[in-house]
Design a protein. Structure first.
Length: 244
């Protein structure tokens, strides 16, 4: 069994709200997504409430934030969604004493948690359930040899050699044994549309892949691992901070 040393602590952040953290290995992570509207130096981060405003930030390659569906209630639960230009701004998106994790620091977290890291990072509620089924080998004709099969049809599987497997509903929630408390906050696409709340959580890293894309991590309702991918810098993702 994985044994984690978890410590909850509180610290002031740049919007004067208290933040809880958890110790996972040698790293100390915030347990909530970032929900600030100013940079560390006090400058306001522009809010993009419309698709036009979000696309304008994309065209001008300028920082922007929003609530999912522009609903403050989503902000209270999931935090804000930021484009990568906000993440990379020299004025500092993370509160004093924290930083946006690099791609390598995300990998350190995943490696420490090991197998099934995604389930260990997902919260114990809030994720949509999913169903799966498929097929299984027909037990009626499983032992028949080829010659017998030619002579006698299987009325159970109609000679397909498989039968439908029962549909099973699986919870999408995780165990949160790490204390990371990852929630499915969804994302905002480059064109300003919103997508995947309840199904996926996306988090930026501070590491770019090229001039157009940056690395991120994704947790999924129907998958137990952490997905490493790169996305367009104009996408709106959640941000989780790591103590310096």
């Amino acid at each position: 069994m994985l044994m984690l040393s978890s410590v909850l602590c509180f610290t002031a952040c740049n919007n004067a709200a208290a933040q809880s953290t958890v110790k996972i290995g040698n790293q100390e992570w915030m347990t909530n997504n970032l929900n600030v509207s100013t940079f560390r130096n006090g400058d306001a981060i522009p809010e993009a409430q419309t698709s036009e405003a979000w696309e304008k930030a994309r065209e001008e390659r300028k920082p922007a934030w929003c609530y999912y569906d522009n609903d403050p209630a989503n902000g209270a639960k999931y935090g804000k969604l930021y484009n990568w230009f906000a993440v990379n701004d020299s004025r500092g998106l993370a509160p004093a004493g924290y930083h946006i994790p690099t791609d390598a620091e995300w990998t350190t977290l995943e490696n420490y948690l090991g197998n099934d890291a995604g389930n260990k990072m997902k919260s114990t509620s809030g994720w949509k359930s999913y169903t799966n089924g498929g097929s299984k080998t027909c037990l009626n004709c499983k032992g028949w040899n080829a010659e017998y099969r030619k002579k006698v049809p299987c009325h159970t599987c109609k000679d397909t050699r498989s039968v439908p497997a029962p549909t099973k509903t699986n919870p999408g929630n995780g165990t949160n044994s790490s204390g990371f408390s990852g929630l499915p906050g969804g994302n905002r696409n480059y064109d300003g549309t919103f997508d995947t709340i309840g199904n996926y959580g996306y988090w930026w890293s501070s590491t770019e892949d090229d001039t157009a894309n940056a690395w991120n991590r994704t947790l999924s309702y129907n998958y137990g691992s952490v997905n490493r991918d790169y996305n367009d810098k104009t996408a709106g993702f959640s941000v989780r901070c790591l103590r310096d």
